[in-house]
Design a protein around this ligand. Structure first.
Ligand SMILES: NC(=O)c1ccc[n+]([C@@H]2O[C@H](COP(=O)([O-])OP(=O)(O)OC[C@H]3O[C@@H](n4cnc5c(N)ncnc54)[C@H](OP(=O)(O)O)[C@@H]3O)[C@@H](O)[C@H]2O)c1
Length: 182
């Protein structure tokens, strides 16, 4: 796939590396923005509070499948039900939220785990297959939590628990499974 990642910090550049290794064409745009018109899929990896500014500097956003990896720090602007909805209001394509519950600092250790780590995602129907593929190609096992509404907000709110756990044990992986699967 032709992937444009908006944001090339820890998440954006880390995922870009893993997807390139899996055979995708990846362009990671920094703060200066750029053109995304050739992209099959857009991945947003900027601070939650910088979404409007970051997307405003990118041309060619026109209904592509979108994966939102952002997290919320501080007070939510309740204009939108979630950050993913804010992003969808600009790009307009089928939208998913993923990678917001996994740690960029641990990407390099995904492949050496005894079990494949899970990665929770919420997605509109039109974004589900692409998102599952990108999650697998990054090395995780996708676990669907439901449609973007209310799934994206649920995942964003779960960052409070993620941070509380990380304060105890540092960056971590998680794996969900039915009884007998783990
Ligand atoms: N780090 C994690 O483990 C992790 C895990 C899950 C979710 N997240 C979420 O993923 C997103 C990215 O996190 P990160 O850790 O990759 O952050 P980061 O390392 O600080 O990188 C942020 C990227 O966004 C760009 N950016 C910042 N402000 C901007 C603005 N006003 N306009 C345009 N671009 C701007 C930065 O550009 P410059 O390079 O020019 O500064 C950088 O490329 C955040 O929403 C974060 O909450 C992070």
């Amino acid at each position: 796939m032709n992937i444009t990642v908006i944001g090339r910090g820890r998440v954006g550049s880390g995922l870009a590396r893993r997807w390139q290794r899996a055979g995708h064409q990846v362009t990671a745009l920094g703060r200066e923005g750029g053109d995304a018109s050739g992209a099959d899929v857009i991945v947003v990896a900027v601070p939650g509070g910088a979404i409007a500014e970051a997307l405003g500097k990118v041309t060619g956003l026109a209904g592509q499948v979108t994966v939102d990896a952002t997290n919320l720090y501080g007070t939510r602007d309740d204009t939108y039900p979630s950050l993913s909805h804010q992003i969808k209001a600009v790009i307009g394509g089928p939208t998913a939220k993923s990678f917001s519950t996994v740690f960029a600092a641990a990407y390099d250790e995904i492949d050496t785990q005894r079990v494949t780590p899970s990665n929770l995602f919420a997605a509109e129907p039109g974004a589900r297959d692409t998102t599952e593929r990108l999650i697998r190609d990054a090395g995780f096992d996708p676990l669907y939590v439901g449609d973007l509404d209310p799934g994206a907000r649920l995942l964003e709110n779960s960052s409070v628990l993620t941070r509380a756990l990380a304060a105890q044990i540092g960056p971590f992986f998680y794996r969900y499974g039915r009884p007998g699967e783990l």
